[in-house]
Design a protein around this ligand. Sequence first.
Ligand code: KH2
Length: 208
Amino acid sequence: MLNIFGLGLRIVRQDYSLNYYIYQLLLTMKKILFVVLFALLPFSLNAESNLDKILSSGVLKVGTTGDWDPMTMKDPSTNKYKGFDIDVMNELAKDMGVKVEFVPAEWKTIVSGITSARYDISTSVTKTPKRAEVAGFTDTYYKYGTVPLVLKKNLKKFSTWDSLNSPSVTIATTLGTSQEEKAKEFFPKSKLNSVEAPARDFQEVLAG
Ligand code: KH2
């Protein structure tokens, strides 16, 4: 009897029949299978999905910026959130039978909040291929368009997209948003002024 890792593999006995060897082989294979299954057990125990975690903890953590009327607004006097996104998340949590916890988030780190598990889900995040490489998206629950905003007195001057793509033009966007990405792509010649929320890009335009 040769004992390899406790498997008890019998290797040489000339008087045994072929059936005996097949029987021994099957027994050994069975032992190997058990060893492999036991080795994999910790991994399968760790394989709890995010959904399982939310359901077992009873809390859905929602990252939200609280700075975008009418989607997500934080009332500074009560620190409570309200808005369309907030209603959607309250309904989702109700459907899942869990409590909702709103976690303060920022646009510039809105997706990394998901990948670093600071919160389970976020709201009003525009789908982009870059973001989809690291995070999952729900079906779209509303659509909005991104349009350039200029002062009324400059309407004639900036009547085409091309007229905005010039070194003499400064484009204001919010840092870390998909709008900032679009501005870089569409107006490579222009100067970019990425403002940090809660400051707003349109305030820069109004200020001239
Ligand atoms: S995005 C969200 O996912 N917006 O596109 C941007 O980055 C939302 C436009 C600035 C108001 C503040 C809301 C950013």
